[in-house]
Ligand binder design. Structure first.
Ligand SMILES: CC(C)(COP(=O)(O)OP(=O)(O)OC[C@H]1O[C@@H](n2cnc3c(N)ncnc32)[C@H](O)[C@@H]1OP(=O)(O)O)[C@@H](O)C(=O)NCCC(=O)NCCS
Length: 179
């Protein structure tokens, strides 16, 4: 926890840290017949749109300015869901960086006739705060408070470094040329 505190204190002198709990979002939806794919279960694109909406609201609650989606990582569809399933889309900021924020999103579903919720989908979506000119603006640091939030905070840095290293490695096209 001491290490997390010192990272946060070094991040920004003029933006006060915001607790992760302040960015928590939970949206409920019911799966309608019009939301299904040809297999009779929820259409992935519809689920992704709900996740992006919840994630964007979470990022907005953290920074208080407009945000745009810049990347989606580790989107995993774990289970299908039929019509009538009640979806719960949960999102919160795992970590704020300089102008970007990684939001973790989990979708669970209570299927008709089943006693317990099932995990349906999860993803990490990165949002960038933008000013009136459409350019990135700094966001407040995020303050993880529970052991789970601290774990996500630390893992978010690992994902970010992998994400940015991969983007840089592929940017010039030299890797593809050597293939
Ligand atoms: C998001 C956008 C403003 C970033 O512009 P940019 O010129 O790359 O800006 P920067 O290089 O200053 O990067 C801004 C932040 O985005 C992050 N970023 C840029 N590309 C990224 C990527 N591929 N994955 C993750 N983060 C990325 C940077 O790391 C930086 O974060 P940091 O300040 O916390 O370190 C621009 O790419 C954009 O407008 N994209 C379109 C967004 C959109 O239309 N989304 C869909 C609808 S909401």
């Amino acid at each position: 926890m001491k290490q997390v505190e010192s990272i946060i204190m070094n991040m920004s002198a003029d933006l006060n840290p915001r607790p992760v709990s302040a960015s928590f979002v939970e949206m409920d939806e019911i799966v309608q017949p019009s939301d299904l794919n040809i297999h009779g279960s929820i259409f992935g694109g519809y689920l992704m749109s709900l996740m992006d909406k919840a994630g964007g609201i979470s990022a907005f609650k953290h920074c208080g300015v407009n945000v745009v989606t810049v990347s989606v990582d580790q989107l995993v569809f774990k289970n299908p869901a039929p019509a009538g399933t009640v979806l719960s889309v949960k999102a919160s900021v795992n970590r704020a960086f300089h102008t970007s924020m990684e939001v973790g999103i989990l979708v669970t579903g209570l299927k008709p006739g089943e006693p317990k919720e099932t995990t349906l989908c999860s993803a990490y979506i990165t949002y960038v705060a933008i000013g009136a000119d459409g350019r990135p603006v700094p966001v407040p640091p995020s303050l993880p408070e529970t052991p789970e939030q601290i774990r996500r905070f630390c893992e978010a840095e690992v994902r970010r470094s992998v994400r940015l290293a991969l983007a840089e490695r592929l940017a010039g096209g030299s890797e593809a040329r050597q293939c």
